[in-house]
Design a protein around this ligand. Structure first.
Ligand code: 13P
Length: 261
């Protein structure tokens, strides 16, 4: 059975000391958890300190973005080598906030994914439609386009190290969540795209997370769906109690959810 992955995307919140304090409470609340994978993605400035705080745990560290070059004159950017050096295993790429606010294109995201893989970072690649696109019944087309252009040229070996995240833009930070059925519909569509390209075995191994207003009150229902393999949690990952509860719900799901392979 695939372990669920719960990743907390802290976005642009938490100073170093606030972050360490939060992680210490999360650690205490989750020290017995072994049945699901956990990743914490703080801002760049807190990566090293959080890595240190996570040292005696199974929780992993992730970054929220990186540039697609190893080093060079790219003022303000962070490279995969630097993320590895800071202790990262994951890096979130193609988040809708990067796409919308910083005009990241599928082409740039693809280059970032390829570079992350080259340096042995697992990219958590975000896809998802806006409200207008959903209302115009273009959600599947938009997500397919992002999938094709961001991941298109990866081979089976590479895709195996990718985590996908379906994050409908209309559900991010809005309090509106996709229903478990809506989420499952898109996740099974993504699984089908993976299947067509890489076959059953590889497609079945890839984790597809859901993100968009995941909270303790809706996470169990979402995670019960067969093609949801975890969550990318924004706002609720900033509060220890809610993040602990979401992870605890996911672990119970892993115990009881025999339908997931
Ligand atoms: P919220 O959980 O705050 O809606 O954010 C979701 C998200 O963007 C995670 O990457």
């Amino acid at each position: 059975m695939k372990k669920l992955l719960i990743a907390g995307n802290w976005k642009m919140f938490k100073t170093i000391s606030e972050g360490v304090q939060l992680v210490n409470i999360i650690k205490a609340g989750l020290h017995r958890i072994t049945t699901c994978d956990i990743a914490i993605c703080p801002p760049f400035t807190a990566l090293s300190a959080i890595n240190e705080a996570l040292r005696d745990t199974k929780m992993e560290l992730g970054a929220q973005d990186m540039y697609c070059e190893t080093e060079g004159a790219f003022t303000g950017e962070i490279s995969p080598l630097m993320l590895k050096d800071a202790g990262c295993r994951y890096v979130i790429l193609g988040h809708s906030e990067r796409r919308q606010l910083f005009h990241e294109t599928n082409e740039l995201i693809h280059r970032k994914i390829a570079t992350a893989l080259k340096y042995n970072l697992s990219p958590i690649v975000c896809v998802g439609e806006t409200l207008e696109q959903r209302e115009a019944r273009q959600a599947f087309e938009v997500v397919k386009n992002q999938f094709d252009h961001c991941l298109g040229s990866l081979n089976a070996d590479e895709i195996d190290r990718v985590v996908l995240a379906y994050e409908p833009v209309w559900a991010i930070g809005t309090g509106k969540t996709a229903t478990p059925e809506q989420a499952e519909q898109m996740h099974s569509y993504l699984r089908r795209l993976l299947n067509e390209k890489y076959g059953n075995l590889v497609a079945g191994r890839i984790k597809i997370l859901y993100g968009g207003s995941v909270k303790p009150s809706n996470s169990a229902q979402l995670m019960s769906k067969p093609n949801l393999n975890g969550a990318l949690v924004g706002g609720a990952s900033l509060k220890a109690e809610s993040f602990i509860q979401i992870v605890t719900n996911a672990c119970e799901q892993t115990f009881s959810g025999s339908s997931k392979s």
